[in-house]
Every structure is written in structure tokens, then in C-alpha cells.
Design a protein around this ligand. Structure first.
Ligand code: COA
Length: 256
């Protein structure tokens, strides 16, 4: 992968990971998950990093998992880069901040469930279209989305795969603040710098106390979802959905 598909930058205690694959709508390849998982491990070990920001472009955060990768090198074990990345964000002990503008599809939305602060552009569109792809939720979204927005709204998002937008995300508490798309990355950076000036031990302990009890349940759910997701990636519904996307046609599930 071109190293530049994920830009990594450290400044004033803040590590920033930027999706930089605009020509493919910032969809995420296995190699990109690997880079992000390694960066999180490095951020965790490096006392000079206090806060991590994940951001995309003002026109798109991420189109989710690279569908070509799903077809050609679907994750098969819990050591796969995507699962390493997911466990990394779910157990990351320092603050994580996300800046989202434009579409955030699939893991582009579910990774936000593991961020402490989320800022959104008013063009943000969140979607978890797993069912439409013959798949099931990942990133513990089957646990965290109903908890966050209540069962019925979660069913619209996860069973219908319906998108929801910045204001709704603000209302359900997925997002802290909505700003113009051109300002979202800058706002997240400013908040990250403010947070990085606070005592790291107090940040870590506060996050641990807020999250601590639930983290094992989150990791267990990720593992359970991962097993189903890995199996479903290879089944006919998903193969039809991915084939249709690559061939730019509508999927036909009538015989499946
Ligand atoms: N994986 C691989 N390639 C992707 C991709 C993905 N998830 N999302 C977009 N791309 C590629 C397209 O194939 C296209 O490539 P091409 O120029 O070589 O044909 C390019 O990115 C531009 O995408 P396009 O669909 O033309 O852009 P758009 O602005 O019309 O739509 C999205 C943007 C994000 C709404 C749309 O691309 C989309 O729905 N992507 C798939 C999202 C998805 O289902 N992700 C998996 C979730 S689990």
C-alpha cells in the first residue's frame, strides 16, 4: 500500500491519523488497518503522545472497508489487521477524538463508538449497511448502537441500514458538536491540543473509570461478531453484494 493512504503526524502531544485515499473514498484496506493498529500501539507506548485524532477529508470521512479486499482477502482470523485495529481502539487507554465530514460508512461509523469525542461536519452521513451487504454488525456495534440510541432507532440503522445525519447523530449522542465541514478537522485538533495539555494520568484514569467495566463485554462482543462476520463474508449474499458493487449494478438477492 502507498504509505500515504494513512497519514500519521505527531505534534504537541497529539497523534493524528488521516485517511488519505480520496480516489477510493477513503475506503480502508487491510494494509491501512495494519498501519492504524501499529500507530495506536505506538501512541499507547509513547509518553509523548497524549491524545489521538482520527480524521478524513471535508468531503468524506470513509466509505468503510475496501470491498475489493472483502472479495479477495477477507479477514480470516482474529489476528487480521481489521480485528487488531478494532481491539486497539476498543482498549485504547488515552483519549481518542474523531472528526467526521461527509459519508461515514460501515466501520467509518462504528469506529466512532470507540472514540471519546466526535465532531461532525453538517454534511456528515452515518450508515451501517451491513445487512444490505449480507453481513452482520462489527466493532461491537450490535451492543453499543442499541445502548446509545435505543433499540428501535438502532433497528432502523442496523436492520434497515438507513443512514442518519449530523443532527440525528448529535441528538442520540454519537456526536459532540456539529460544525461546518471545512472546520471539523481544525476543531478536533484544537480540542485535542486542549486535552493534551491536561495531566495524562488523570485523563487515563478518568477514561478507565468511565469505560472499564464495559470493555471486556465490548471485546467479547467484537469477537462474537467477528466470527459471524468472517463466515458471512464468504457466503452467497455477501458475494453477490460485493460483485454488484464492483460491477456497478444493483444486487439481486432473490435467489439467495
Ligand atoms: N471499497 C472499495 N472501493 C470503493 C469503496 C469501498 N468501500 N467505496 C468507494 N469506492 C471506490 C468506487 O469503486 C469508485 O472507484 P472507481 O473510481 O475506480 O470506479 C470510487 O471509490 C468512487 O466511488 P463512487 O461510488 O463513484 O463515489 P460516490 O461519491 O458516488 O459515492 C459512497 C460515495 C461512499 C456513497 C459510495 O462509494 C459507497 O456507497 N461506497 C461503498 C460503501 C460500502 O458499502 N462500504 C462497505 C461498508 S461495510
Amino acid at each position: 500500500m502507498p504509505m500515504s493512504d494513512i497519514l500519521t503526524h505527531v505534534d504537541a502531544g497529539v497523534m493524528t491519523l488521516t485517511f488519505n485515499r480520496l480516489e477510493k473514498k477513503n475506503s480502508i484496506t487491510s494494509a491501512m488497518y495494519g498501519v492504524m493498529a501499529d500507530a495506536l500501539a505506538q501512541a499507547s507506548a509513547d509518553a509523548a503522545v497524549r491524545v489521538v485524532v482520527i480524521q478524513g477529508h471535508e468531503s468524506i470521512f470513509s466509505a468503510g472497508n475496501d470491498i475489493g479486499d472483502f472479495l479477495n482477502q477477507a479477514p480470516s482470523t482474529q489476528d487480521s489487521p481489521v480485528f487488531r485495529f478494532l481491539r486497539g481502539i476498543a482498549s485504547f487507554e488515552k483519549p481518542l477524538i474523531a472528526a467526521v465530514a461527509g459519508p461515514a460508512v460501515g466501520i467509518g461509523t462504528t469506529l466512532l463508538l470507540h472514540c471519546d469525542l466526535v465532531y461532525a461536519g453538517d454534511n456528515a452521513a452515518f450508515s451501517m449497511p451491513f445487512v444490505n451487504l449480507g453481513l452482520c454488525p462489527e466493532a461491537a456495534s450490535s451492543l453499543l448502537v442499541p445502548q446509545m440510541m435505543g433499540y428501535h432507532r438502532a433497528a432502523e440503522a442496523l436492520l434497515m441500514g438507513e443512514p442518519f445525519f449530523a443532527e440525528a447523530a448529535l441528538e442520540v449522542g454519537l456526536v459532540n458538536r456539529v460544525v461546518p465541514p471545512t472546520e471539523v478537522n481544525g476543531h478536533a485538533q484544537a480540542q485535542a491540543k486542549k486535552m493534551a495539555a491536561k495531566p495524562l494520568s488523570a485523563l487515563i484514569e478518568t477514561k478507565r473509570l468511565m469505560k472499564g467495566e464495559q470493555t471486556p463485554a465490548v471485546l467479547a462482543r467484537m469477537g462474537e461478531e467477528g466470527k459471524s462476520f468472517g463466515r458471512m463474508l464468504r457466503e452467497p449474499a455477501a458475494r453477490e453484494a460485493f460483485g454488484a458493487f464492483m460491477e456497478k449494478r444493483k444486487p439481486d438477492f432473490s435467489k439467495i
